[in-house]
Design a protein around this ligand. Structure first.
Ligand code: NCD
Ligand code: ZN
Length: 345
């Protein structure tokens, strides 16, 4: 029997943390090897809040690319309480950034400079709506009294629903959806809303984080939810609906910062991303929908052309590195150190 394989148009990753400096140098080759473009998250320290900072970061990414790599970083602006609508428009018109990211202040890694009250950025959202610039949302409330597993669903009800209603022309991506509520919400607003779905949320649930002990490398935000939510995400990702597309949320952190008394959130999934996704589509009997999810739905939502070129994946076991060295430490790879069922040719 011949090896099963699938060839799709070169995909994009619509949610990536590349970091900077030595970390970026170490992790960028993995994203650039698999994807033609990526939406680059702006949560650096300090965050990417101006066109000048975004252009400089874009140039550092381009300079760090391996020789011959064909990869285009798509930059984003980190919204704060004091973001200036004119600056937003200028960065967009000058082609420096394609979208802005709304982090509720304190919701996740390096989000302390984010937005404390969406009402404060009304003029920015109105401007974005007017010029057609996309809003990317980390959809979790930050109230410590709200259970961590409920923060996405509560955000949708109390923040996202009013936001979408107030700005009906604004195109919104709910980043890294993790719940049944999220995929239902996005479906109900699909004329102007989409969501990214990560590889890890398709294969782990909240119990995985505590399998045999506490597993810090499976901790990310939004945190993985109950099994029924994982199943809802798999159904959404593999069902062929155009409002769902690929965004890995690859979020590398040094091992010593994750294997700690207060470990930080984020999974480094870039080296195994396509292998994980394609395995999920295969298991769901939905390989026919893989190209739409990975390579077509994202560009359509962002109003960008699809990539030229293609990538082939084969159903034969491959090896993923256990970790990637960075300076004196390393980053642990999601699904690394084991055989993957599929390989990128
Ligand atoms: C991300 C990071 O480390 O920057 N962490 C994560 O758990 N996903 C931030 C984010 O996307 O929430
Ligand atoms: Zn992220």
């Amino acid at each position: 029997m011949s090896t099963q394989s699938i060839t799709i148009r070169r995909p994009d990753d619509w949610h990536v943390h590349l970091r900077d400096g030595a970390m970026m140098q170490a992790v960028l080759p993995y994203t650039a090897a698999q994807f033609g473009r990526a939406i680059i998250m702006p949560n650096l320290v300090p965050p990417v809040t101006t066109p000048a900072l975004a252009a400089a970061y874009r140039d550092r990414i381009r300079a760090a690319l391996p020789a011959g790599a064909q990869f285009e970083p798509l930059m984003t602006c980190y919204l704060t309480n004091t973001t200036d609508p004119d600056e937003i428009e200028r960065g967009y018109n000058e082609g420096i950034w394609v979208a802005a990211k709304l982090y509720p202040a304190g919701a996740t890694t390096n989000s302390h400079g984010g937005v404390t009250d969406i009402a404060l950025i009304r003029p920015v959202l109105e401007r974005m709506e007017k010029i057609g610039m996309k809003l990317l949302v980390h959809g979790e409330v930050t109230d410590p009294a709200v259970d961590i597993f409920d923060r996405e669903a509560v955000f949708l009800e109390t923040r996202m629903a009013p936001l979408a209603k107030a700005h009906p022309g604004l195109k919104i991506v709910l980043e890294h959806a993790t719940t049944q509520e999220a995929v239902d919400f996005v479906r109900a607003h699909a004329s102007h809303m989409a969501c990214t779905i990560t590889p890890h949320h398709l294969v782990i649930n909240r119990t995985s984080i505590f399998q045999g002990g506490i597993r810090p490398h499976l901790y990310c935000l939004p945190i993985a939810k109950r099994e029924r939510h994982r199943l809802a995400l798999r159904k959404a990702a593999t069902g062929g609906e155009s409002c769902f597309f690929l965004g890995t949320d690859t979020a590398p952190h040094m091992a010593k910062l994750k294997e700690a008394a207060c470990g930080c959130a984020g999974c480094f999934v870039a080296p195994t991303a396509l292998q994980t996704y394609v395995q999920v589509f295969d298991e769901e009997g939905a390989l026919a929908h893989f190209e739409a999810f990975a390579s077509l739905n994202g560009p359509a939502f962002y109003g960008l052309p699809v990539n030229s070129g293609s990538v082939t994946l084969e159903k034969r076991s491959g090896h993923a590195p256990e970790c990637v060295a960075v300076e004196q430490d390393h980053v642990v790879v999601f699904g690394g150190g084991a055989q993957t069922a599929w390989s990128v040719v």
